[in-house]
Ligand binder design. Sequence first.
Ligand SMILES: [Zn+2]
Length: 319
Amino acid sequence: MDNIKCIICLGENPITLENPLTKEHIIPEFMGGAKYISRVCKCCNEWMSRDFEVAVSKFDFYEIARYTHQINGKRKLVKHPFTGSYEDDTYGKFRINEKGEIIVIPEIEIKLKNKNLSLVGSIDQSDEKVLIEQVLLKLERDKEICEKFGLEALPSLAERLINTSDTKYESHYNPKVSKSSVFDIDAHIKLYTKIAFETAFDYFGDIYLDDPVAVKIRKSLQSGDFEKLKNLSAIAGLDPILDDAFDSTYHWVVLLKNICYIKIFNISWEGIFSEMQLFEKGHAGIVYKYCYKSKKYEKLNLSEHYRNMALHQMKINKK
Ligand SMILES: [Zn+2]
């Protein structure tokens, strides 16, 4: 146990009862990743999840993907990506709950003019039954009204107010909401670099940690400073050959020669993960295929993956 070191800090944070080795998910749980390695200490795990994962998990892109595929992660309920409070000229204030239902927040205004009360407001159709409660509450809070009519008279007053013809309130169904989103490429590069590093470690073991590129990546993961890695990785444009070979119904992490190719929800990234020739001669590469629905993963040789694809293609052509 003594000589087992965390692969991120290499023992800078010693393994103790307070800082044990943890389950470090290679692809974060919020993306549907289920495979983990057990060689990252608690300190480093918490730091990486705070610095690389949380930022990315908040992007609408993943909120929408998670909601569409119902990927639970640590949270039990995947909330609707548009959950929140909004304001609109036509509908007034409304909110969208975690199930994606739109609820118009009742806005009720009661005006007292001479002896006449008038009611103006906006309310959701499904909330009409609570209208009477809302109106009564408003009346009770209005000092002038309370003095003028007396507390006992308020319930019948509320009812009368809702039923009289001068009363005007509107009810609405389903306002439309649109959102604009930001996509932070730097945050993605950090996260995908971490995935590449941990996958290479998972496959090659401790020998990978001595690779000069692995050393650079490890230091960046430890410090959060990715300046020195700038030339090594990028969110890839559409590489038609790779994109055809790895469809978006799975997540893919592929190590081929010294390149790592990652594709998660159709966003692809490519980076150099090693300098040494780690694969034996003639070995095409390795494919980690993650099913984000079943939370299972398979490890395949690249040549095996291509063979499966060719067989699959032949089956399609026969139909
Ligand atoms: Zn560590």
